[in-house]
Design a binder for this molecule. Structure first.
Ligand SMILES: [Zn+2]
Length: 323
């Protein structure tokens, strides 16, 4: 939080009051990653906000929202500093890959804080965590449904037990303008996600999700982009936008349902539906129509995300219910 100091990442440097938009090349285990970066070094002192998008290569509204923020935010009006990575997993983005990075088949958002000596995706997670996330006073990781998922917009943060971290994350969630706020209070079950690893390292962090199914719409881009602007305004980093968005509503947990069999998936609910425990939510059948798995609702709540692909693989997620 020092005035007049440079903001840097890899070989890129933004001097006080300037913006840099460029790619930097990082070699991870023989693979050149051409990482797009916005460094925005404000004219006045303030916190450093890090925004990442595209951790999953097939989630497009967040990528578009992040690059627009990079173009929009001007250092002359910024109090503090901003690092925006609009496509944080360029290998998966180029491959149009669902869930995983093709080099080693791992889900990047299960590997944080990463391992420099691990396989490609674990080593990439470590590079991002040590060089990008650790610069943050506040961190926002934008996602959406993957190419085979629909979801209602939601934000999430982890309770860490550190009041300074938790209170800031809570304020970020409150100001983002998305109704569904999932508060995760499971210190043992961090699961290697970006925002859980950041929170564990003492960085207030928010996961935000909008859009899905391999498309991007202006409405979803706007939800994600406006939310970041609202957080910036809440922490006096940038001028406010007139629309406050939706009022936050806390959800205290979620259940993920997974497939037990390979087959064809026939959901009987839609995202946003309110469901009750014991309700039939759909089934998996074989190619001849024989039912292999009845999907029964484990807890009353709201359908947060739903896999919309007919093809289903054992152990893949089917949907999540938030309550
Ligand atoms: Zn994602």
């Amino acid at each position: 939080m020092s005035l007049n100091s440079n903001l840097s990442l890899s070989d890129l440097i933004a001097e006080h009051g300037t913006k840099v938009a460029a790619k930097t090349t990082i070699n991870i285990q023989g693979v050149d990653i051409h990482l797009p970066v916005y460094l925005i070094n404000g004219s006045e002192a303030g916190p450093t906000l890090v925004v990442t998008a595209g951790i999953h290569g097939g989630e497009y509204p967040c990528v578009e929202a992040a690059t627009r923020l990079g173009q929009l935010i001007e250092p002359q009006q910024l109090k503090g500093r901003m690092i925006i990575i609009p496509s944080a997993n360029p290998v998966a983005f180029k491959a149009r890959s669902i869930y995983i990075t093709p080099v080693d088949g791992l889900n990047l958002n299960r590997q944080f804080p990463g391992d420099e000596n691990g396989t490609f995706t674990r080593a990439w997670a470590a590079w991002l965590f040590n060089n990008v996330m650790k610069q943050a006073d506040m961190y926002i990781d934008m996602h959406g449904g993957d190419m085979i998922e629909a979801l209602i917009p939601f934000v999430s943060y982890n309770i860490t037990g550190n009041p300074a971290v938790d209170d800031t994350a809570s304020a970020m969630a409150d100001s983002y303008g998305i109704r569904a706020v999932l508060v995760k209070n499971d210190p043992g079950g961090l699961g290697g996600t970006t925002y859980a690893a950041a929170a564990q390292a003492g960085i207030p962090a928010l996961l935000t999700e909008a859009g899905g199914q391999g498309v991007w719409r202006e409405s979803e881009v706007d939800i994600l982009q406006s939310g970041v602007r609202r957080v910036m305004s809440r922490f006096n980093m940038y001028e406010s936008i007139p629309d406050p968005g939706e009022k936050a509503e806390r959800l205290s947990g979620w259940s993920w349902l997974t497939a037990q069999e390979d087959g064809l998936f026939y959901p009987e609910v839609s995202i946003g539906d309110n469901v009750v425990a014991g309700q039939n939510l759909g089934r998996i059948a074989d190619i001849f129509g024989e039912t292999l798995q009845d999907v029964v609702c484990p807890a009353s709540g709201e359908i947060l995300f739903l896999v919309t692909s007919l093809a289903m693989n054992a152990e893949d997620p089917l949907m999540a219910i938030a309550y």
